[in-house]
Design a protein around this ligand. Structure first.
Ligand code: TRP
Length: 468
């Protein structure tokens, strides 16, 4: 056993370099969370107020937890279960990694349904059927009938999982890194083009004012908690995705520096998405409070009122597809790394088996918007809280499980592995010239502040039953 583990460490694939590592990790972080979830969280959280609190959490909690995960992975050169086994003694800790593997698989199952909708909308914008969405009502009808179909959402989530599988089967350097090196620049170019277009719309400036001016009267515990949840979800934290990606980083990397770049990229893209969506909303005179349907219901209407709208619709849904793909790849990779490292499976077998399992789990989520009334929430729902199956899973895994994971990762790193070892491993690269301002602050944040804050969120979610 010890011998195999030794070999696994020597044979372990690595990113070919720093750029590849940063792009892959940024690709994991940047996803539907930035372009679909962030804008509607902003509109529910009072615009600029939400943005300011969110930025505060990214810096104070997101970045420290990200650094903790990356260093656990890089130091151990293992998947989340193996990382805890290698660095922290005790039978309990590998279960934290195990929870992460489970959580990643479950998140992938519902995430790929929404990713499938995105592909469907890309298809609609290419075929011209999105042109039917001329106002709020018709656009809402297009959306509801699309998601209620018993076939397409299932098929599309399957297709999305199959593409994810293809990338992950290719391995770390030839699959994940190569795909993200091509996809991330494409994403950035599309986003910048769309942002320039949006900013030149008449009335667009009001959208920017909305995005950056806090309305303090909207301040509530709810907004604060929403911003914290968004910071964790958006940076792919709490289930070991960043442990796994860190495990493919070489000892040459200065993680403090890479982690900072990843957090900046993720936050920058979320803001850029805001710069596209809010000016466009204000141009159309639409109210910025459309909830989760914002991207699928409100935007198509607006695209149809814009010059070259169908072109921008195609660009927008392509970029959403790209962003989702680099995230689903990271979700699948966590479980694949576990079965390869710990169970000795071949990568191919692990990736195929897990994505097949995910597809089976995705089916009920894909049918949860009208196709099967018992799964679709409301009165007829057979599920707790009368939720639909997808929302239920999003709550359980995307909120509860990630929060629990983040708390234990911080406690494990700071209290049991130890702050001095953690900080030393962060700076373990060749490039020691990068300043690490306030290294003690990072230690304190991981040791006390982060677990405490996330615990408060967790309790808040349970007590109020207020999931989003
Ligand atoms: N961060 C991604 C997004 O913003 C989603 C994601 C990928 C994720 N891997 C994760 C979320 C791991 C939580 C944990 O869309």
């Amino acid at each position: 056993m010890a011998a195999t583990q030794q070999n696994a460490s020597i044979d372990r694939e690595h990113w070919t370099g720093r750029i590849g590592f940063i792009l892959a990790a940024a690709g994991s972080a940047i996803g539907l969370g930035n372009i679909w979830r962030f804008p509607y969280s902003v509109s529910e959280g009072g615009g600029g107020l939400f943005v300011i609190i969110y930025l505060f959490f990214v810096l104070g909690i997101g970045l420290p937890v990200l650094l903790a995960e990356l260093s656990l992975g890089r130091q151990s050169q293992r998947n989340p279960v193996g990382a805890f086994k290698a660095l922290i003694p005790g039978k309990f800790w590998p279960y934290v990694g195990g929870l992460g593997v489970l959580t990643g698989t479950a998140i992938l199952a519902f995430y790929s349904v929404i990713a499938g909708w995105t592909v469907g909308y890309l298809g609609k914008s290419l075929s011209g059927t999105l042109a039917e969405a001329t106002d709020g009502e018709s656009s809402g009808a297009v959306f509801s009938s699309f998601v209620a179909d018993p076939l397409w959402p299932v098929l599309l989530s399957g297709i999305f999982l199959a593409i994810t599988l293809l990338v992950v089967r290719g391995g770390v350097a030839k699959g994940i890194e190569r795909a993200t090196k091509f996809l991330m620049p494409a994403l950035l170019i599309l986003l910048i083009a769309l942002a320039i277009q949006a900013l030149t719309l008449p009335g667009g400036i009001d959208g920017i004012i909305y995005l950056f001016t806090p309305d303090w009267s909207k301040l509530s515990l709810n907004v604060v908690m929403g911003a914290l949840g968004q910071a964790l979800f958006s940076l792919s934290l709490g289930m070991g995705a960043m442990i796994t990606y860190g495990s493919y980083a070489s000892k040459r990397e200065n993680l403090w520096k890479s982690g900072t770049y990843i957090a900046i990229a993720d936050t920058g893209i979320a803001l850029l998405a805001g710069l596209i969506i809010f000016p466009t909303l204000f141009f159309a005179g639409a109210e910025p409070n459309a909830g989760p349907g914002l991207v699928f219901v409100v935007l198509p209407t607006i695209f149809n009122q814009m010059p070259f709208g169908s072109f921008f619709a195609i660009a927008f849904f392509s970029l959403l597809t790209i962003a989702a793909l680099t995230s689903t790849v990271s979700l699948l990779e966590v479980a694949v790394a576990y079965f390869v490292d710990e169970k000795g499976w071949r990568r191919n077998k692990a990736a195929t088996a897990i994505s097949g399992f995910c597809f089976a789990l995705a089916v009920p989520s894909a049918l949860a918007f009208g196709a099967v009334p018992q799964l679709s929430g409301g009165e007829q729902s057979i599920l707790p809280f009368n939720l639909d199956f997808l929302t239920l899973n999003n709550n359980i895994w995307g909120n509860y499980s990630l929060s629990i994971g983040a708390i234990f990762i911080c406690i494990g790193v700071a209290w049991f592995w130890g702050v001095p070892k953690f900080l030393a491993s962060l700076e373990d690269g060749e490039d020691r010239t990068f300043p690490m301002p306030g290294r003690e602050v990072v230690g304190f944040l991981v040791k006390i502040i982060c677990p405490l804050c996330v615990l408060i969120v967790f309790i808040f979610i349970i007590v109020t039953g207020n999931y989003f």
